[in-house]
Ligand binder design. Structure first.
Ligand code: ZN
Length: 360
């Protein structure tokens, strides 16, 4: 698949969507997402439900109208945040077969989150790509937990699909709905989950679970297992990934859609991506050792008097207009434009990486 067509327009694949958790990319604006050559953003259902609320967003024209963003908007189901909060502290609620009970203050107030509500909220947001509710696990969870997660994920996905079809009735341009493949590190269970989701039928399939091992290492084996379990000919979405070399590895497995906080977070921490010498090519980024880029540490003293741009081949606002010395200075005096310019640069690096990965 070369493109993903959504109500907001056409997204060339592979695509990277920066995370705009609260409908805003931290330290950036949507203009810098667009000029980075990125075609969409990922936004978080649960966070937006708490602030400013799905009803308010709907009354202002959905996330597109509310934020003014014209690119593709993908929203998650919100289940992952609830799951993480409850896993951390059981006082926050419980996950049942039919719904998730959530107690945001750990006490009296009780919220019931169902697959139907998950889809209704994403329609209120006017999302272009919606995610079905799944039950997340950790790769190290015991087999009975993995089995239960697949059973619940399949049952919830079916209910999401039914609600989605109901709400799509009569619409001219319908959004897309993705299912999420669970099954931990068990390839049989992953395959079973993929097959059962394919029977229900989705526009794309997401990688469910943690992509990292206990020591933060990239679990390529689990990602490959999940990609193999997803039907070919549909978008395979590596949710929450990743570092540049992880994205390249995942494209090799068949994934074509990514979202992650990494490039924007690294920028705010003064780490800027720069292609290694001679590596800004389709072959270069596919180097087997994955070392096709290096970091520019903006605060290194050696940059204090350097008149050159961070990357002379980069067309971002920072590299076109400013020197390494000036960025160093902006970070040093704590000017907010330092984070903004560094973020625009890292977004452009990811945009360029996607272009190179599309260039066969
Ligand atoms: Zn740049």
């Amino acid at each position: 698949m070369k493109y993903l067509d959504v109500p907001a327009g056409r997204v060339p694949l592979p695509a990277f969507f920066p995370d705009a958790t609260y409908a805003a990319v931290r330290a950036a604006d949507f203009a810098s997402v667009e000029s980075a050559g990125l075609f969409g953003c990922e936004m978080n259902s649960y966070h937006l439900m708490t602030k400013p609320g799905a009803k308010l967003i709907k009354s202002l024209g959905g996330l597109h109208g509310f934020s003014g963003y014209r690119g593709a908007i993908l929203t998650d189901s919100g289940g992952f945040q609830l799951y993480s909060l409850i896993r951390e502290n059981p006082a926050y609620g419980e996950i049942r077969d039919r719904e998730i009970i959530f107690r945001p203050d750990g006490g009296r107030e009780k919220l019931t989150f169902t697959p139907e509500k998950c889809i209704q909220a994403q329609f209120q947001y006017g999302s272009d790509v919606m995610m079905a509710l799944d039950m997340c696990t950790h790769p190290d969870d015991p087999p009975e937990v993995q089995r239960a997660s697949v059973e619940r994920t399949v049952a919830w996905s079916r209910r999401c699909r039914a609600e989605f079809d109901k709400l799509c009735a009569g619409r001219e341009r319908r959004p897309l709905l993705f299912g999420i493949v669970q099954g931990g590190a068990d390839s049989d269970l992953r395959r079973e989950c993929g097959e059962r989701l394919e029977e229900i039928g989705f526009d794309g399939y997401g990688f469910g679970g943690w992509p990292l091992g206990a020591n933060g290492e990239f679990r390529a084996d689990v990602l490959r297992m999940a990609a193999d379990a997803m039907p070919d000919g549909k978008v395979k979405y590596a949710m929450g990934l990743g570092r540049p070399e992880e994205i390249v590895a995942c494209v090799g497995m068949g994934y074509t859609l990514f979202d992650c906080v990494i490039p924007t977070r690294e920028a705010r921490h003064q780490r800027l991506y720069v292609f290694a010498e001679g590596c800004e090519t389709p072959e270069g980024v596919r180097r087997p050792d994955g070392r096709f880029y290096r970091f520019h540490y903006a605060m290194d003293e050696k940059h204090a008097r350097d008149p050159r741009p961070v990357d002379e081949h980069c067309g971002c606002e920072l590299c076109r207009n400013h020197s390494r010395a000036y960025l160093h200075h902006l970070f040093k005096v704590g000017d907010p434009s330092a984070q903004r310019l560094a973020t625009a640069h890292n977004l452009r690096f990811y945009g360029r990486l996607m272009e190179l990965l599309r260039d066969e």
